[in-house]
Design a protein around this ligand. Structure first.
Ligand code: SF4
Length: 271
């Protein structure tokens, strides 16, 4: 099958599967979660593409392009969602641009409603230092929730080996906060499997990974870690915070007092 034919088939499947109810989606999670728990990542992604078609997207924080590489092989033209918080390292934006230029993905860059300057004007400067939960809610969690409105399922690169918080992450789960099926094809992958896939397939990696940043978030909230340190210890270092909230699947939708919380969306089709 050519890339163009595969893309057309992918789009057609999406049209057939629009509008599943929460009950139907949760049923899918129950059955597929057990069946696919031990399946290879490629099979998990192929299941998601075949089941949800155009109503399935992949997200990436651009630490590397592994998940985007896997997904674009299964479904050329697949939607790849990237959250541009306005606080990213230049290397992360460069990785996004390189991914868009080299992989057959439909890159969707999501921005919060407010620029950093507008947020500073409303909440005061450096909100990330005073109230990182609110900053993450405004710049990450809520924009992602809004951007996923047109999908039934989303994929993340989340892995159980990353943190203690993620050791029970299901391969196929129900994201209660977003009311979506959450697909984590890499959930069972070790660090060694990630390194091997990247080396074998020449996958793009954010250059910061080679400079002491094994886990890359926003620049003000990410520091270098020393060899042997917990790879995620550089995130919100010196605070109790360990997650931005995007993966808090059992929580209610993020409460916000701001009434204009719909993120901006830039679309660019990458052939
Ligand atoms: S990681 Fe830091 S800068 Fe980025 S949205 Fe969260 S608190 Fe704000």
């Amino acid at each position: 099958m050519t890339a163009a034919t595969a893309t057309r088939a992918f789009r057609a499947r999406g049209a057939e599967t629009a509008g599943r109810s929460d009950h139907e989606l949760r049923d899918l999670v129950r059955h597929a979660g057990a069946e696919l728990e031990l399946a290879p990542a490629e099979v998990i992604i192929e299941w998601a593409v075949a089941t949800f078609g155009q109503r399935f997207c992949v997200t990436s924080s651009m630490g590397d392009a592994l998940l985007a590489h896997l997904a674009s092989r299964a479904a050329p033209g697949i939607d790849l969602v990237f959250l541009d918080t306005g606080y990213h390292f230049a290397e992360t934006i460069g990785t996004r641009d390189a991914v868009a230029a080299t992989l057959p993905v439909n890159l969707l860059t999501i921005s919060p409603l407010q620029t950093v300057a507008e947020q500073d004007a409303e909440h005061g400067p450096n909100l990330y230092a005073r109230d990182p939960d609110l900053c993450c809610a405004l710049r990450k969690v809520r924009p992602l929730e809004q951007s996923l409105a047109g999908y039934d399922a989303w994929a993340t690169g989340l892995r159980r080996a990353e943190t203690r918080n993620r050791v029970i992450a299901p391969v196929i789960g129900w994201d209660a906060a977003k009311r979506k099926v959450k697909v984590s094809p890499l959930a069972r992958w070790s660090d060694e499997q990630v390194d091997r896939y990247i080396a074998d397939h020449g996958v793009l990696v954010n250059p910061l990974q080679y400079d002491g940043y094994p886990s890359i978030g926003c620049a003000p909230c990410t520091r270098q870690v020393a060899a042997g340190e917990d790879p995620r210890s550089g995130r919100w270092a010196g605070t109790p915070k360990t997650e931005c909230g995007i993966h808090s699947t059992d929580a209610a939708p993020t409460p916000l007092t701001h009434h204009r919380d719909v993120g901006r969306l830039e679309r660019s089709l990458i052939p």
